[in-house]
Ligand binder design. Structure first.
Ligand code: NAD
Ligand code: ZN
Length: 368
């Protein structure tokens, strides 16, 4: 499937096609006219996939240069950004060059940021290799690095020129990473597509087993939803793009408590966070408890954590809410919260009291 994200002059295509990487030279031909390409990848991805891609490009007469970043979230840093930019400059990068990001969200965010500032901005293309990056981070143009003050606090909006998604590249992805990315797939059903959540309940296991047709349907539906929402609110100035943060405020607090990526993967935190958003919504009488139970049952059936205890979180409500107070969406003492009127009906609530959330989280510790 070929999708398009409508952003005026910044519009671009997203190609989802099994086996696309085997024909990569043809797919990226519009960006290789100068005969030379600059690639950024991480150590894991490069070991698995670079030899094949390099050979493909070589046989098409395209020169390919690769910079390898150490795998792991810690590389979304000032120092790796500096190494990357020094490498680009040493390669004689010009404004007319296109930079290719081959990897998960870490590589996509870091490369996108570098591309947005080197020579005051170069084009870049995303070739996402994790399910999370394919359904979420490669589309939408948010780039970032982490600093000691927190995650994703420094970055830019810089849209790629093209996104090439080959579901087959996920064949080498560890299954835990696959499940974590799947939580973001389920997210699109919960945001505004109840029939898609029904589909996930019936097909989630097939997606995780990488059944070709199911996986492709999950990716295409997710990307189409993300492209539509970003097209309506590119810079998150309305409440529209904020819907994509469903489960993320709770999730972020869980990630902060468990040391970002050390015990809980981002997607796992988002999965628990979405269940908490539903339970909190039910507690406020906005939706039914059975909606929360249904989502928890589906994620649990997919071997994902769904409670604070599953997530290994022991911090009390106040400590968790303290992490939320550092959220970059916090403004004027309040934090917008994504709540649900039911599966497929998410909205932004601006009247949530953090003290009430702390109390709710303490209750969640008691029921678990
Ligand atoms: P990641 O890029 O760190 O990849 C996870 C792990 O999988 C790494 O060890 C990586 O080396 C490995 N890997 C990647 N592809 C592989 C493959 N095909 N085979 C084998 N191993 C592979 O993490 P992620 O989950 O893809 O992305 C998380 C990052 O994305 C976070 O930094 C987060 O902030 C960011 N993010 C950004 C946005 C956005 O809109 N820009 C949205 C969501 C998340
Ligand atoms: Zn996320």
């Amino acid at each position: 499937a070929r999708l398009n994200i409508a952003l005026g002059q910044r519009s671009y295509d997203i190609l989802v096609e099994a086996g696309a990487l085997a024909q990569i030279a043809g797919h990226i031909a519009p960006w290789t006219r100068r005969g030379r390409t600059l690639w950024i990848s991480d150590s894991h991805v490069a070991a698995h996939h670079w030899p094949r891609i390099e050979a493909q490009l070589a046989s098409a007469g395209v020169e390919a240069h690769l910079h390898i970043v150490p795998a792991g979230e810690a590389s979304k840093s000032w120092s790796e950004l500096a190494h990357l930019i020094d490498w680009l400059l040493a390669m004689g990068v010009e404004r007319s060059d296109t930079i290719f990001a081959l990897g998960g969200g870490m590589i996509g965010d870091l490369t996108g940021f570098a591309a947005s500032i080197v020579k005051r901005g170069c084009d870049f293309v995303q070739v996402p290799t994790t399910l999370l990056a394919q359904v979420d981070s490669s589309v939408g143009g948010k780039t970032a690095i982490n600093t000691t003050a927190g995650k994703n606090l420094v970055g830019t909006f810089h849209q790629p020129k093209f996104v090439l998604i080959d579901p087959q590249v996920l064949g080498t992805l560890p299954s835990r990473e696959m499940r974590a990315g799947y939580a973001e797939v389920v997210k699109y059903g919960l945001i505004d597509d109840a029939p898609f959540f029904d589909w996930c309940e019936a097909n989630g296991r097939a997606v995780l087993a990488q059944d070709c047709a199911s996986l492709e349907h999950a990716i295409v539906t997710s990307v189409a939803a993300k492209a539509r929402i970003v097209g309506e609110d590119e810079r998150e100035t309305k409440d529209r793009r904020a819907l994509l943060n469903l489960g993320h405020t709770f999730g972020h607090a869980l990630e902060a408590d468990t040391g970002f990526g050390e015990r809980l993967l981002h997607g796992e935190a988002v999965g628990v966070g979405m269940v908490l958003a539903l339970r909190y919504s039910a507690r406020r009488g906005l939706c039914e408890t059975r909606d929360a139970d249904r989502v928890a049952a589906h994620l649990a059936a997919c071997a994902m954590p769904v409670t604070l205890a599953d997530a290994g979180v022991t911090a009390d409500g106040n400590a968790l809410v303290d992490h939320m107070r550092h959220d970059k969406k916090m403004s004027g003492g309040t934090l917008p919260f994504l709540l649900l009127r039911g599966i497929g009906s998410t909205f932004v609530a601006h009247d949530v009291e953090l003290d009430d959330v702390a109390q709710f989280l303490d209750e969640q510790h008691r029921v678990a």
